[in-house]
Design a protein around this ligand. Structure first.
Ligand code: PLP
Length: 427
């Protein structure tokens, strides 16, 4: 079998294959750029590991309290070096990105403090953490108030109202780097730096926290290189490299990380406890692979943007735009195509490829949602995945891909499924 034949054996028609091959050809210089960023970030990771003398002993499992967990403590120092911060928490008991964000916020805010979001509404799950939506145990219940300044019409920062929103009690600012699943632009690290400088000029002691989810290793610099006091992310996204089976990280100034650690474990205990239970190897190895995994996901996103833009669909970011996260949105304008797209992503997966996803009424959503994920780790969105709410404008959000070839197959399979249903015409 040659390569074309093996694609055909997977269900990709010569027509889809040829169309996609042409698109791929046009992306060579774009991909080269991504590889250059990956190369730089790979060296950054290796340097941080070498500087911390990472060794066999760090892969040993600890149990119980986890005192003197050398692997855990060294991994945290590796993250700190990598992000150019004083300290970090990198833990399996930070169970998700939302949890890590919650710990960073609740560890550093006290009753009477105010939290500011200068970039509009935060990620859905944070609404309950903050108390934007009534929720038991929210920051609001603990006497922490919240203020939000929406972005301007064109997606830029509303400096005038940000300035007006900052007052004596403003203690922290939460800045979400990725658009997540909102129709606004993702910010570059440079833009985030500009915003932080503005905030600090007005009130230097505001702790600026960046939700770094989906952004790690997309650029050569991270928000902590441009003034962020704390960055937070999930290990089942970019920095876990697909190998971390759970986890989150919080990196930043020592004082803020320690305060977060007292919230994670208990006052008085902090960072000293928390067994890593044998997960350290996956964390180290995943971090080691992360720069190339992120590059694969980025190539997949750019490929999808180019394939679908060429076929006449609206894509965000567009086919030429610079990328600051790994998420790709494609607007189909009809529910059937959203469903076929997700079924194609599922059919291309190494795991559960035989399952056909259908829209369902997910708690917390106002319309049925269809999700495709044939992942080794449940909920892992650094692995190839897609989801779309079944409501206008009928858009799907697509992200991940541990290898470029898998991401490519996913995009081709999505196109195949849509074409099979005669919902589009391939020239
Ligand atoms: C995924 C994500 C989160 C939450 O992470 P979970 O691991 O799903 O809890 C928060 N913010 C952004 C921008 C995200 O993309």
């Amino acid at each position: 079998m040659n390569t074309n034949e093996i694609y055909q054996s997977l269900g990709i028609s010569p027509k889809v294959l040829n169309f996609c091959k042409e698109v791929e050809e046009s992306l060579k210089s774009r991909f080269e750029q991504i590889d250059q960023t990956a190369e730089y970030n790979q060296m950054k990771v290796i340097k941080a590991m070498q500087d911390n003398r990472v060794s066999d002993v760090h892969f040993a499992a600890t149990t119980g309290y986890g005192y003197n967990d050398l692997g855990r403590d060294t991994l945290e120092q590796v993250y700190a070096n990598l992000f150019h911060t004083e300290a970090a928490l990198v833990r399996p008991n930070l169970i998700s990105g939302t949890h890590a964000l919650h710990i960073a916020l609740s560890g550093n805010l006290r009753p009477g403090d105010e939290l500011l979001s200068p970039v509009g509404k935060p990620y859905d799950t944070l609404e309950e953490v903050i108390g934007i939506r009534e929720s038991s145990g929210s920051l609001k219940e603990y006497g922490v108030s919240y203020r939000q300044v929406d972005l301007l019409e064109d997606g830029t920062f509303d400096y005038e109202n940000i300035e007006a929103a900052i007052h004596e009690n403003t203690k922290m600012a939460t800045i979400q780097r990725s658009k997540g699943y909102d129709p606004r632009p993702t910010f570059s690290v440079e833009q985030i730096g500009e915003l932080i400088r503005f905030i600090k000029k007005k009130k230097p002691d505001i702790i600026c926290m960046v939700d770094n989810c989906y952004g790690e290793f997309v650029e050569k610099i991270e928000p902590t290189d441009v003034g962020a006091d704390i960055i937070v992310g999930s290990l089942i996204k970019n920095p876990g490299g697909g190998l971390a089976p759970i986890g989150g990280y919080i990196a930043g100034k020592k004082e803020w990380i320690e305060r977060a650690s007292y919230r994670l474990s208990a006052p008085g205990l902090g960072k000293e406890v928390g067994a890593s239970l044998g997960l350290n190897t996956a964390f180290y190895q995943g971090l080691f692979l992360a720069p190339t995994v992120v590059a694969s996901a980025l190539k997949g996103a750019i490929f999808a943007a180019n394939v679908y833009e060429k076929l006449g669909y609206a894509v965000v970011p567009d086919s030429k735009e610079e990328r600051f996260d790994i998420i790709q949105a494609i607007t189909f304008g009809n529910p059937e195509s959203v469903i076929a797209f997700c079924q194609g992503i599922q059919a291309a997966a190494p795991v559960d490829s035989f399952v056909t996803p259908e829209p369902w009424d997910m708690p917390g959503y106002d319309a049925p949602v269809i999700m495709a994920a044939g992942a080794f780790v449940q909920g892992s969105s650094i692995e190839l995945s897609a989801d779309g709410p079944i409501k206008p404008p009928y858009a799907v959000y697509f992200q991940g891909g541990l290898t470029w070839y898998h991401a490519k197959l996913g995009v081709m399979m999505s196109l195949q499924k849509i074409a099979d249903k005669k919902l589009l015409f391939i020239p």
